[in-house]
Design a protein around this ligand. Structure first.
Ligand code: TRP
Length: 334
């Protein structure tokens, strides 16, 4: 709790271009929560180097992501929007938690297995202990609630296990966090293979809508979206392409699937695809405009980076000092 408010922590990596799926599935959820909770939203650059990165590109993407958090509607004066690498307590707590995590637990992590298969030439220890760093992120701020995608639930589970294990030895040091999955049914699928999640790393550029796609590109991608030969706009699993378009339309307009089906009753797929594209553009273009405005204001963004790093450091250090004392490190002499 901070000032009687429950605490939220979440983070995103600044790798790849964010998609409409990331926005609807994550960022938009954060915005609905940000007034009710004390929020920490991090650009998790420490996690990013578990995979080789081009340094200049990583830096530039990280700044863009941080700017995007603000453009999307998170007030950086109220929400702590910061770079993970600006708060050294993350790495320090991660080391301590490493000593409370079993290799057997880490061996079971499905993301580690997937990423090891994908980066077989660079299966480094950081990739292996990635979930422990994530636990440190969350536990440092004593987060009550962690908005995550389904793919991160296993990491949240291990975070809870580590925290409980630590608390069992040293008393109530960490708050045990709960996952927040957001509204069901908001999962956005690939436009080219609607049985697959829309992903920022998809090789087929037509499969994903990127947050920075311009209106023409958006409409073009929707026109090419894979559907079926039924010819009827219905919301059912047998028509995954159309179902996905209905979900996307709903995510942008707030309409329920039933309302959308009714609205497009008797219309063809062509008309519907254009309507969905327009609804998406209507959502994204103002976001892009705000992003470009903010990006120009270098001094403002710099001041946010500085102030919020200080704020994050304050809370993170508080927890870290407590943990250091518990495990038996000597007190600092002032
Ligand atoms: N691993 C998360 C992802 O790739 C990002 C992340 C890092 C995170 N630390 C976190 C998410 C802490 C929630 C809480 O999506």
């Amino acid at each position: 709790m901070i000032d009687d408010k429950k605490v939220i922590f979440s983070g995103m990596q600044a790798t790849g271009n964010l998609t409409l799926g990331n926005y609807v599935g994550a960022l938009k959820n954060w915005i609905t929560l940000c007034n009710e909770y004390e929020c920490f939203f991090s650009v998790v650059d420490l996690h990013s180097i578990t995979v080789r990165q081009d340094p200049a590109e990583l830096r530039s993407r990280a700044r863009k992501l941080l700017t995007l958090y603000i453009a999307a509607g998170l007030d950086p004066k109220k929400n702590c929007i910061y770079y993970q690498s600006h708060v050294s307590a993350h790495a320090e707590l991660a080391w301590i938690l490493d000593c409370f995590t079993y290799m057997g637990e880490l061996n079971r992590m499905t993301q580690f297995k997937d990423k090891s298969a994908k980066h077989a030439d660079n299966i480094n220890a950081g990739l292996y202990t990635y979930p422990v760093l994530m636990a440190a992120d969350i536990l440092l701020y004593q987060a009550d609630v962690v908005p995550v995608g389904k793919d991160q639930l296993q990491h949240l589970e291990i975070t809870r296990d580590i925290a409980q294990r630590f608390n069992a030895v040293y008393g109530d040091v960490f708050t045990i966090p709960e996952p927040y999955l957001g509204k069901a049914g908001a999962k956005i699928m690939s436009l080219q293979d609607p049985t697959k999640k829309m992903s920022k790393s998809d090789e087929n550029l037509n499969a994903s809508i990127y947050l920075m796609d311009d209106k023409d590109t958006i409409i073009r991608k929707f026109k090419r979206a894979v559907t079926d030969s039924e010819g009827m706009i219905q919301y059912r699993d047998e028509q995954p392409g159309i179902k996905n378009l209905i979900d996307i339309y709903g995510a942008c307009t707030g309409k329920t699937p039933e309302e959308t089906v009714k609205e497009f009753d008797g219309k063809g797929y062509g008309d519907f695809k254009i309507a969905v594209g327009e609804a998406v553009a209507e959502l994204l273009v103002p976001l892009q405009d705000r992003f470009h405005e903010l990006e120009k204001d270098k001094a403002f963004i710099d001041s946010i980076i500085k102030d919020n790093a200080e704020k994050a450091n304050y809370y993170a250090t508080k927890t870290l000092r407590k943990v250091q004392k518990k495990v038996g490190f000597p007190e600092r002499i002032r």
